[in-house]
Write a protein that binds this ligand. Structure first.
Ligand code: SF4
Length: 209
């Protein structure tokens, strides 16, 4: 990454962290993926039960491999035979690993979901939520964060899952009501009622979509 962008991200991350603090959430800055993984493993105590949604960024920093192979109880929805039982168990997890479809530079987190397990668990359920967010997700305001979520994150995810949506074909949102739409629920996390529940590691790298 260009050194000027690295510097800009470093400065911008401090603004995001202040914004998160003002919203009763905790932000951390990581200069790269390795630092982000180290910080995540400092936040999650060994022995914790851990669930997750489709957080590519958590995979990209090596966190998913680390908790699967480490001294944690990973609730693996991909391997679960009874998906509903797995979902209900996930609601009671110690940690939920997530990423964001977009964030504002004053600490608001935006997520869009189809099945909606991810947004529901961010909103309530698991005792703590740990977001891994690349600085490429940070936008100037809620309007641009929503536009990013719908025109960058959602079409890319629709393509990734091979869904039959207009955005998968055109690369941009057509505000569809397709049966395959992944834009069923929109979650804007602007404040956490419970201090120490939501933690966000901002990584100075491009992560996820
Ligand atoms: S509303 Fe439809 S077209 Fe728009 S991003 Fe969501 S799935 Fe794609």
């Amino acid at each position: 990454m260009d050194e000027n962008i690295v510097k800009r991200n470093e400065l911008l991350a401090q603004k995001v962290i202040k914004g998160l603090e003002s919203r009763n959430m905790t932000g951390y800055y990581a200069a790269n993926k390795e630092e982000a993984l180290k910080k995540a493993l400092e936040i999650i105590p060994e022995g914790s039960s851990i669930a997750m949604g489709g957080a590519m960024s958590a995979h990209e920093i090596g966190l998913v491999d680390a908790v699967k192979t480490g001294n944690y109880r990973f609730i693996d929805r991909d391997k679960a035979e009874d998906k509903r039982a797995c979902m209900l168990e996930s609601y009671d997890a110690d940690f939920f690993l997530a990423s964001a479809n977009a964030m504002t530079d004053d600490g608001i987190i935006v997520n869009i979901d189809g099945n909606s397990n991810r947004v529901s668990m961010i909103a309530q359920g698991p005792k703590k939520v740990l977001f891994i967010v690349g600085m490429n997700k940070v936008c100037a305001d809620i309007d641009s964060a929503m536009k990013r979520a719908r025109n960058v994150a959602a079409p890319t995810n629709a393509q990734r899952f091979g869904l039959s949506t207009p955005c998968a074909k055109l690369g941009t949102c057509m505000d569809c009501k397709s049966p395959d739409t992944i834009c069923c629920q929109f979650l804007i996390t602007r404040f956490s009622r419970h201090k120490d529940r939501i933690h966000v590691i901002l990584v100075n790298d491009n992560l996820g979509f």
